[in-house]
Write a protein that binds this ligand. Structure first.
Ligand SMILES: [Ca+2]
Ligand SMILES: [Ca+2]
Ligand SMILES: [Ca+2]
Ligand SMILES: [Ca+2]
Length: 534
């Protein structure tokens, strides 16, 4: 009773708040209680995704590694920003992450909190004070010149400093400037401090170093004449080098301290999906199994936790994929299998293994893809007793341990992921009741070549291959969802809309409000309608 009044009072407050902001929204929270899934008004192009693709573009002061974290310090992506090319790529970011922390090879001054707007992250890792020197003064007037560049200054201790120099040659050809008035050091014992005299086209970073002392205070490399232009001055106040600057044992361009594989030039970075670093946090794939007919939307007919780890080379090309899974529940009468379609050709795959090989597992060819079936019967794999009805969705049934399994994929050579139709988690699906061809995929993900096309457009399914519309009802409800957390799923026969207070607001707003609706937090959930793992 008390709870009711608190709720009632909160609703009154919310209504008041809505009035006060001018009734600009049609949301009426009072109606939520009676709403059913088929009442939801969902846009045709909404596909219940909890991640979005964000276009990332970085430039940097010198070559280094970018890190994108959410504000809870989960690593979302890391990769190399090259001094000449920068970094351009697409990163999958959870929809509830709107602000990220950008870091650069642990150079504290270059850290930034960034607000994601229009699904873009565009950022330059330049120290503010140095930007003018780099891009302005030295390069403002002249093309076709050779510019000296101070990269950074490293303190060696005892008042000794090491200046790291590079250069930019804007000519298309190699040029020479001999040591002399037009290629000289100032405030040093000698004009010749081992600087370059032969300059290849382009930007060449950290090509030589010169020591100086606190007493000297500064040194300067100057290029002039018809070919050279500008000066690069190192002082004890100059920009400090990132830790480990210049140490790249495997010469893949990624400094040892940033390189997850410092002795291996073919590998540079481990990245994780859905989020998180080494914390072993997992996402969830949740399925309804009555397709092509609508089910009860408890989304627990098959529940899998998953985590992907990808290994990229320094050019951000994909080399290896580790997929870790845990079959948590099967609140179903049907004997459902689980599979993933991977967008790789036979010739691109060096190694593909399943561990362990569960009952009913197989690897078959798809259309330019590989189809991994991990098992054919979730109830059997989990060991459902005869007298039990469901597995881990009804507290009256015995709790059974999750079943863990994984796959490992190594490509013949690193591959540009932007050429692939999908990235992680690729194209996961269930095979309903051991009927090959009866596949249930995430909304708008295509069926495999094994799917029975006669089932599409029957029952409640409104798939339309011509417009790449798949696995949605006429009101755009899905049969599968992918969540970036270890999701606490509803108990048997409770629709998500009755267990999660804001999934309806989220879906009807095409994901723009309550994009963390799946979190197991107070106010968001109806606790007794969720399955509590004993
Ligand atoms: Ca390296
Ligand atoms: Ca490496
Ligand atoms: Ca169901
Ligand atoms: Ca169920």
């Amino acid at each position: 009773m008390k709870k009711f009044f608190v709720l009632f009072f909160s609703l009154q407050l919310m209504s008041l708040a809505l009035l006060m902001i001018g009734c600009s929204t049609s949301n009426d929270p009072v109606n939520n209680d009676t709403k059913v899934m088929t009442d939801l008004v969902i846009a045709d192009d909404f596909n219940f995704t909890t991640h979005r693709d964000v276009e990332v573009s970085f430039r940097a002061f010198y070559t280094g590694v970018f890190y994108i974290y959410d504000l809870e310090d989960n690593l979302l992506k890391k990769g190399l920003v090259k001094i000449d090319e920068g970094y351009q790529g697409t990163v999958s970011i959870p929809n509830d992450v709107n602000e990220v922390r950008l870091a650069f090879s642990e150079v504290e001054d270059l850290e930034a909190i960034y607000q994601i707007v229009n699904n873009e992250i565009i950022h330059d890792f330049y120290p503010e004070t140095e930007e003018a020197d780099r891009d302005g003064e030295q390069r403002c007037c002249w093309e076709d010149q050779i510019y000296p560049v101070l990269e950074c200054v490293e303190s060696l201790g005892d008042g000794v400093y090491l200046a790291h120099f590079g250069y930019l040659n804007d000519y298309d050809v190699t040029q020479q400037i001999p040591i002399g008035w037009d290629n000289r050091f100032e405030n040093t014992s000698n004009w010749d401090m081992g600087q370059y005299t032969v300059f290849d086209p382009g930007r060449h970073e950290n090509v030589f170093t010169v020591e100086f002392t606190e007493d000297t205070g500064w040194i300067r490399w100057r290029l002039s004449g018809t070919l050279g232009y500008g000066c690069a001055t190192a002082t004890i106040e100059s920009y400090e080098c990132p830790r480990g600057y210049g140490d790249d044992d495997d010469y893949d361009g990624v400094l040892d301290d940033d390189d997850d594989f410092p002795e291996d030039p073919t590998r540079a970075f481990r990245n994780f999906y859905p989020v998180a670093d080494d914390s072993l946090a997992m996402g969830t794939l949740a399925f309804e199994d009555k397709w092509p007919h609508m089910g009860d939307y408890d989304f627990n007919d098959v529940i899998l936790n998953y985590r992907f780890e990808t290994v990229d080379n320094s050019s951000d090309y994909l080399y290896e994929v580790f997929g870790y899974f845990s079959l948590k529940a099967s609140g179903a009468a049907y004997e459902n299998g689980f599979a993933i379609e991977l967008p790789f050709l036979d010739a691109e795959i060096d190694i593909l293994t399943l561990t362990p090989e569960l009952e009913g597992s197989s690897i078959t060819d798809g259309d330019g893809s590989k189809i991994i079936k991990f098992f054919s019967n979730a109830l059997e794999i989990m060991g459902k007793p005869e007298n039990s009805t469901f597995v881990n969705t009804d507290s009256n049934d015995p709790y059974l341990s999750p079943v863990e399994f994984e796959f490992y994929l190594k490509l013949v050579e690193p591959l540009d992921e932007s050429t692939l139709p999908w990235t992680v988690p690729y194209n996961p699906f269930i095979i309903v009741d051991q009927i090959t061809g009866k596949e249930v995929h995430l909304p708008d993900m295509p069926p495999t070549i094994l799917a029975d096309l006669l089932l599409f457009g029957t029952g409640d399914d409104t798939s339309n291959a011509g417009s790449n519309r798949y696995y949605k009802t006429v009101t755009n409800l899905p049969w599968a969802i992918n969540l970036p957390v270890e999701w606490t799923y509803p108990i048997e026969r409770i629709a998500i809309i009755d267990a999660y207070n804001y999934v309806d607001d989220w879906a009807e707003s095409s994901g723009s409000v309550y994009n963390d609706w799946y979190e197991n937090t107070e106010g968001y959930i109806v606790e007794e309608k969720l399955y509590q793992t004993p």
